[in-house]
Design a protein around this ligand. Sequence first.
Ligand code: SAH
Length: 263
Amino acid sequence: MAGRRTGRGMTGVGKGFTPANSNTRISSGAVTRSNNAPAAPTGSPSGGNLGLNSDRLRHAMVQRLRAQGIVDERVLSAMAVVPRHLFVDEALASRAYEDAALPIGHGQTISQPWVVAHMLSVVCENRQPVRVLEVGAGCGYQAAVLAQFVREVHGIERIRGLYDLARDRLRIQRLAARVRLTHGDGMLGQPGSAPFDAIVVAAAGLAIPHALLEQLSMGGRLIAPEGGAEQRLVLMERTGPANWSRRELDAVRFVPLRAGIQS
Ligand code: SAH
């Protein structure tokens, strides 16, 4: 599984549990490369034992994100408090703070921390969104980060098993009231709760679904990976009732956006 480069060069995503896709950045762009990955925790690195070390590891992750060019303090503070190791499988908890995408089951992956930080920074730049939609809630991590600084987060996940997982994790983190999760097809958005000040799509479609663009508030922003084998992050901003501006950003690799639901 070659070619999955990140800002730090090849990461260890490929050891034994390589996901089909990695929700990762594949070109380093202008972002500073950094090698100050957090040291592995001492002792047994099982999820159960990570608790004592997780503050330190999260702090190191945030320092690394700063070194990689993330400047939005809302995003950095949020990522400094959300226990990412509790959102991934316990067997992988010791790797939760590496700059790597990790499998979350059902063939899906949690995006690498830089990708989460970058997408949220871009979509929230110079604005304070009040109502945000996340398409592809996965294990709930990104929704939990958003919920630290956004009043109303709506998340949609199409795979029942992941929806259940995200709901449980968010409940444990006491974020269930802040994040309204739905098991459904996020390509249709959530018309009943629209308009959204921001929409974050965590899976790549060949084109951004028009239904999502229609559910943006005026001035609202959507960020999504777009493409098939080659993908780019695309930032859309609603500039009028039937007008959107479009900017292409980093090369990335995400799991595919699929229509319909999986029970
Ligand atoms: N943001 C997630 C990572 C999600 S990976 C996290 O923090 O864990 C992308 C997710 O998008 C997968 O769980 C996949 O099942 C979901 N997905 C793909 N197509 C979808 C669709 N049409 N509607 C809702 N979710 C979708």
